[in-house]
Design a protein around this ligand. Structure first.
Ligand code: G
Ligand code: G
Ligand code: MN
Length: 396
């Protein structure tokens, strides 16, 4: 007897934009939608297919006897038909969009783990390009980290305490004594790697998770200040869009109250991009933080944005930080030197303190001091340090 090898395809189907549906229709109606989603998928499958749910919102199915691209397309066409019919919520039609990813299960496979991973990559690709489905192929591999996955990991990281603040010393330019530190976030992941902010802050900023992360950073900074001598201050980075959120006033005020820390010891660093969008609201919020609470405000990465000088006149800030891209080459590049000099003079004319970041050599430190720069930060003194190292070296 000749046995015809039957190969199979594994499919993952997901309800598109389930967050949006839940927001629009509320959790109860959304539960109904999820039931409809599963019912329709059951209707889509055939007798010999095996299916189960992966979590709440993913339907995983082994399509029996399907292997060629043409067969997958037929299955997908039926999937489209099944979901074409709107579902009615309170007499209003709701169109349920789905995305699907398919991958072949090799004949000699002992489990479906690989196929699930590949189908998942294909699904991600389909979601990204807003297509009904995608079949796994090399093009799916080129995807970077799944952003949603990263956001989920970050949420967890905040909860289980995988985030840490490193501290980089800020030195008085003239006397070279410690005046404080900048708190810089690091993520110590389960697999023992230390991830830098560039790897996760931009993603966090496009998601709600930046809020709990920043509130945590502010509280930790204030708690740290409570243990440090009174004359030291700490700067913490705040994503400009969080200024649009009134909660920041309460978070800062409560932290200072709880730990009994003087407001002026806390500096909030916001990037110059604050001046670009929603300028008025953000400036007003900075003014409130300074005037009502009394924290210091520092404009970070100064010189890299595109703001006009007009705002400078009424800038609710205490300090500006010259971006390291001007400081690092300032001795080789006349133009960068001129920018550094111009920024220092401009700031002083408006009674703002100036911090130079990216001070990598003693020579640059000396030149900046001669130019009357107020505060220095950079590898010439130290890189951002783990808290124990920082305190051992500078404090206790
Ligand atoms: O040390 P460094 O590579 O860590 O930091 C890179 C950039 O990441 C900094 O310029 C800073 O703007 C940003 N950053 C570091 N820590 C934080 C943080 O706690 N919150 C926000 N919003 N940005 C941070
Ligand atoms: O938020 P802000 O842009 O101020 O963060 C400072 C960034 O600059 C951090 O990523 C920090 O690790 C980095 N940094 C600090 N000192 C130096 C330095 O001397 N040289 C360089 N290249 N980077 C520095
Ligand atoms: Mn900063």
């Amino acid at each position: 007897m000749i046995s015809t090898p039957t190969s199979n395809v594994l499919g993952l189907v997901e309800l598109a934009d389930s967050d949006g549906l839940c927001d629009t229709y509320g959790p109860d109606s959304f539960k109904d939608l999820q039931h409809v989603f599963v019912d329709r998928l059951k209707h889509w499958t055939r007798k010999n297919d095996h299916w189960h749910m992966l979590g709440n919102d993913r339907f995983c199915v082994v399509l029996d006897g399907v292997s060629s691209r043409a067969q997958i397309e037929l299955a997908a066409a039926k999937l489209r038909r099944v979901f074409d019919e709107p579902h009615y919520v309170f007499n209003k039609p709701v169109r349920m969009e789905v995305n699907a990813g398919f991958a072949n299960i090799p004949e000699d496979a002992t489990d479906t783990d690989l196929a699930v991973r590949q189908a998942s990559m294909a699904l991600r690709q389909a979601r990204k390009s807003s297509r009904l489905f995608e079949v796994y192929g090399p093009q799916c591999e080129q995807q970077h980290v799944d952003k949603r996955q990263l956001v989920r990991e970050l949420e967890l990281a905040v909860e289980v305490g995988e985030l840490e603040l490193y501290y980089q010393p800020k030195m008085h330019a003239g006397y070279r004594n410690l005046i404080g530190a900048e708190a810089l976030m690091r993520w110590h992941t389960k697999d023992q790697t230390v991830r830098r902010p560039d790897e996760f802050i931009p993603v966090a900023e496009r998601n709600h998770v930046i809020r709990p992360m920043t509130w945590w950073a502010i509280k930790s900074t204030v708690a740290r200040l409570a243990r440090w001598p009174d004359h030291l201050s700490i700067s913490v980075n705040v994503t400009p869009t969080l200024l649009l959120d009134d909660e920041i006033l309460a978070v800062v005020r409560d932290a200072l109250d709880i730990y009994g820390v003087k407001a002026a010891r806390l500096t909030l660093e916001v990037t110059e991009s604050v001046m670009v969008e929603n300028q008025e609201i953000m400036l007003r919020q900075l003014a409130r933080l300074r005037e009502e609470i009394g924290v210091r405000v520092s404009i970070d990465d100064f010189g890299t944005g595109f703001s006009s000088l007009a705002y400078f006149r009424d800038l609710p800030a205490d300090e500006i930080k010259i971006d390291k891209c001007f400081v690092i080459p300032m001795l080789e590049s006349k133009k960068d030197y001129a920018i550094v000099k111009a920024v220092i003079d401009l700031a002083h004319n408006f009674s703002l303190k100036v911090v130079a970041e990216g001070v990598e050599t003693g020579e640059i430190a000396q030149r900046l001091a001669n130019m009357r720069c107020d505060v220095l930060q950079g590898y010439a003194f130290d890189a951002p340090l783990m808290i124990d190292d920082f305190e051992k070296r500078y404090l206790f």
